[in-house]
Design a protein around this ligand. Structure first.
Ligand SMILES: [Zn+2]
Length: 257
């Protein structure tokens, strides 16, 4: 099965479970939101997809030819070097996500992702094209500095897309299972807290794959009932998820307005 087909199956499977076991009640008509989120994903894919592929191809080739990067400099068995690479990719992505919240220019684009007033698997596709463009040099730097080879990059990109689809999904997992899982991985309940409209909750649970980075930085938050969450941004809660054009405008740099 190709990677694209596999990812469509993952998204479709999660969307199917969302209808049977929702974690949070919807506040928005889902057809309109899904259409907007898919349109944003389409624009980002067309604008940044070929560019990202070309840039990362060059970055992996450059690092490979020069034997450059942390996981190449430390003598490790290949499997351990690859695992270390994936873990460090996840950690550096944690910093990139936090930077998207703390830098006003990055937040002006990342806000489009948080402006969705419901959270489900379609939100996993809702990223501003500017944020996707800005992430291309960051990905290239990750690949070069960490010494990521092609196979590791491909495995991580697949794991990343599955993890992002999973933790955005509006899926109610058995509470004890999710409580155990959330000690290791970012789960739908944990990421739901990150999408809450309260500013102090926005600054928690920045992780993508592993929870440990939020534990280390004191930003892990799990003690919030999902029923108490208002998803979105403080100024949009109670309204409608912004349409496509509004979502593509750069948001105010002030996060509380
Ligand atoms: Zn965020």
């Amino acid at each position: 099965m190709s990677r694209a087909l596999f990812l469509v199956a993952v998204l479709g499977g999660l969307a199917w479970v969302e209808r049977r076991r929702p974690l949070r009640a919807r506040t928005q008509p889902s057809g309109r939101r899904t259409a907007i989120n898919l349109a944003m994903a389409g624009i980002s894919a067309v604008v940044t997809g070929p560019l990202q592929t070309a840039v990362l191809d060059r970055a992996t080739t450059w690092a490979e030819h020069r034997r450059f990067g942390l996981t190449r400099w430390i003598p490790l068995p290949r499997w351990l070097a690859r695992m270390t690479g994936v873990i460090l990719l996840d950690y550096t992505l944690w910093h990139w996500h936090r930077a998207n919240h703390h830098s006003s220019s990055l937040w002006s684009m990342h806000a489009a992702h948080h402006a969705d007033l419901d959270l489900d698997v379609s939100t996993a596709l809702r990223f501003h094209v500017g944020e996707m463009l800005a992430s291309v040099p960051v990905r290239a730097a990750q690949v070069i500095v960490l010494g990521i080879d092609r196979a590791t990059l491909r495995a991580w990109q697949t794991a990343l897309l599955v993890a992002i689809a999973f933790h955005h999904a509006n899926v109610r997992l058995p509470a004890r299972f999710e409580s155990t899982l959330s000690k290791l991985l970012i789960t739908p309940r944990l990421h739901g807290i990150h999408h809450a409209a309260k500013p102090d909750r926005l600054d928690t649970n920045f992780g993508t794959l592993l929870v440990i980075w939020d534990v280390l930085h004191g930003t892990r938050e799990s003690e919030v009932e999902q029923a108490d969450l208002a998803i979105g941004l403080p100024h949009t809660v109670g309204g409608r998820t912004p349409g496509l054009l509004d979502s593509l405008r750069l948001a105010s740099s002030h996060r509380d307005t």
